[in-house]
Design a protein around this ligand. Structure first.
Ligand code: MG
Length: 297
């Protein structure tokens, strides 16, 4: 609804005269997304019980997962990973890579160069396994003495070239906002989105993590709306970072946000399992819970 000065004054005059205003049907108009959002469920391999990659993938396939998030050990072992997933209906999504000890935002130019080279290796690997991107955290708390202003400036200066490289190998960087107990730079999705906007490269995008969002965001829906088309991965965890559905954390508001932006990428478990409960029983229950939350959103 748009209220211009004339309508506002007219409303005031009507109210002063004791007249009833007609109710508005809705406050804002949010355009429908170009594509209808999809819920594609995934998990980090560490969450899944099993002794080998093949055993874990077998269980995931049986439980109805759509995708698999991998760790940094995929780098140099791409063929092994491709062979293992070939007989399933699933696909790899993000590589959870991390901060590389804060090397890319270090004061030391040599360390920065080393960090960039390592990130490029991860991006090449991500391209080979057709991953949705490489999850990158600029710095955990103990890894940097730089101010937020300095880190932001450094990213905006250095990441356009990294983004160009990422596109050339068929991948992208995914900035991950964390919560204040883990990082001070980059804690809200809107902030990550504004950095992506300033870097302005299809090779530099972002993600959101429901666990960190519970601590940092005032609205899951608002956070995902702010992220908009920059959002290409989501981590799933409850308030206490166990499987969704194992505590009171609701995903409905966030899923509404994902529906409003027409989200097409994966939502992936990055969490533990509540003590004393069995993953074999709890993981399928959690998937069911998330599908119900999506239906409610
Ligand atoms: Mg995460």
């Amino acid at each position: 609804m748009q209220v211009n000065r004339r309508a506002f004054l007219a409303g005031g005059a009507a109210a002063a005269a004791g007249l009833t205003m007609l109710p508005q049907s809705r406050a804002v108009d949010i355009p429908l997304p170009a594509q209808e959002a999809v819920l594609k469920l995934s998990s980090q391999l560490g969450v899944i019980p099993g002794g080998s990659l093949e055993e874990k993938l077998d269980k995931m396939q049986g439980w109805g997962f759509d995708g698999v998030e991998v760790g940094g050990d995929v780098i140099g072992n791409e063929q092994k990973y491709l062979d293992a997933i070939a007989n399933t209906d699933m696909q790899y999504n993000a590589i959870c890579w991390g901060s590389c000890n804060g090397d890319l935002v270090s004061d030391d130019a040599e360390r920065r160069k080393r960090g960039v080279d390592k990130l490029k290796q991860a991006l090449e690997s991500a391209g080979k396994i057709k991953s949705t991107g490489v999850i990158y955290v600029p710095a955990f708390i103990p890894e940097t003495n730089r101010t937020n202003q300095e880190i932001r400036q450094l990213l905006v200066e250095t990441f356009p070239a990294i983004g160009e490289f990422a596109v050339s190998v068929g991948s992208r960087v995914l900035f991950e906002p964390l919560n204040r107990n883990e990082a001070f730079f980059l804690r809200q999705l809107a902030d990550a989105a504004s950095i992506c906007r300033d870097i302005n490269s299809p090779g530099v995008q972002m993600m959101g993590d429901f666990y960190h969002m519970y601590i940092e965001e005032t609205s899951d829906l608002g956070a995902f709306l702010s992220a908009g088309s920059y959002l290409h991965h989501v981590h799933l965890a409850s308030r206490i970072r166990v499987l969704p559905g194992q505590d009171e954390r609701s995903f409905v508001d966030g899923f509404r946000g994902l529906k409003l932006i027409g989200y097409q990428d994966y939502c992936s478990f990055e969490c533990g399992c509540k003590e004393g409960t069995d993953r074999h029983e709890e993981i399928p229950k959690s998937l069911e819970f998330l599908r119900e939350q999506w239906a409610q959103a």
